[in-house]
Write a protein that binds this ligand. Structure first.
Ligand code: GLU
Length: 306
């Protein structure tokens, strides 16, 4: 008789760390990566790294190499091959085409300056990141106008028609609320009702690159079978938009865990732009791995073996 292995009632959980190679990893990234890795290990799950390099202006190969070096130094290991979003523009294009064919995306030719002027003339609301909501320029252009302007080579992005998208999601869900499950640090599950409308007509395909963070992240989490999205609290509100896109594209809903952000001495979020101490700098200054774990608020004793 064959001996039964450990009982698995659900498919193997899949976790990921998805850095953008636009700068060096800092302590906040270390916390994200370690949280995902640790949770994957505790759940007997898989751990993936995904390189989110859709931004042609800011991506540097040296940063990609350094991400792998830093993560290995932290003691993490991950599955190969690593997915790179710059290889997947065709896939994002198909997803965007599908949404556009349903009238859920529209081209927007407005320049940053035109948008700023329109907002200054008629201030409206702001999105959860504090940016003014798109004031609706370019909305309702005729197909002929769109064709003429794109024939002229005018650049455009694709925005979601939020009103239509919310209506369509409501119809798909049969009136049930759009929601997601947030796993707390203590493992408790909490239902969060999503309100994507607070993002307004968000950009789904950028002008400068044929994707956006929001589109690429939902397409790839689904393509990689990610069951648990672990990331910083700064992306909590964006989850509303991600859930909207997942329902529109017929993609499964992962569980989410948004960990608290590390703050600097003045209570500001650590970020690359604020020139925080990068993992490379810390390492070069002689801080060891345990020191970094401690600085990231992770108990090194819980992270002794890998
Ligand atoms: N690439 C994103 C970043 O570096 C994170 C994406 C995610 O975890 O959903 O901020």
């Amino acid at each position: 008789m064959r001996r039964a292995g450990p009982l698995r009632l659900t498919p193997t959980p899949v976790f990921r760390f998805a850095p953008s190679p636009n700068g060096e990893l800092h302590l906040g990234h270390a916390l994200s990566a370690l949280t995902g890795f640790q949770m994957a290990r505790a759940a007997g799950g898989r751990f993936l790294v995904r390189i989110e390099d859709i931004d042609p202006q800011r991506t540097r190969e040296a940063f990609v190499r350094q991400i792998f070096e830093d993560l290995a130094w932290l003691g993490l290991h991950w599955e190969e091959p690593v997915m790179r979003q710059s290889d997947r523009f065709a896939v994002y294009g198909s997803a965007a085409d599908a949404l556009r064919a349903r009238g859920l995306l529209y081209p927007c030719f407005a320049t940053r300056r035109e948008i700023e002027e329109a907002v200054a003339a008629r201030p409206g609301g702001v999105d959860p990141d504090g940016a003014p909501l798109y004031p609706g320029l370019s909305k309702g252009m005729t197909p002929e106008d769109v064709a003429a302007r794109s024939a002229r080579g005018d650049p455009y992005c694709l925005r979601i028609d939020m009103g239509r998208a919310v209506d369509e999601v409501r119809a798909i869900l049969g009136g049930a609320a759009l929601d997601f499950t947030e796993l707390g640090g203590d493992g408790a599950m909490r239902r969060v009702v999503a309100d994507p409308a607070r993002w307004g007509d968000a950009i789904i395909v950028r002008k400068d690159t044929p994707a956006s963070y929001h589109l690429a992240v939902v397409v790839d989490d689904a393509a990689q079978g990610v069951t648990h999205v672990t990331r910083g609290q700064d992306l909590f509100a964006a989850t509303d938009l991600h859930r909207l896109l997942q329902v529109l594209l017929g993609l499964p809903a992962p569980l989410y865990h948004h960990h608290p952000l590390l703050l600097d001495g003045e209570g500001r979020k650590l970020s690359k732009s604020a020139r925080d101490t990068s993992l490379r700098q810390l390492r070069e200054a002689g801080v060891n791995r345990e020191g970094v774990l401690e600085m990231a608020g992770i108990d090194p004793d819980h992270f002794a073996h890998n």
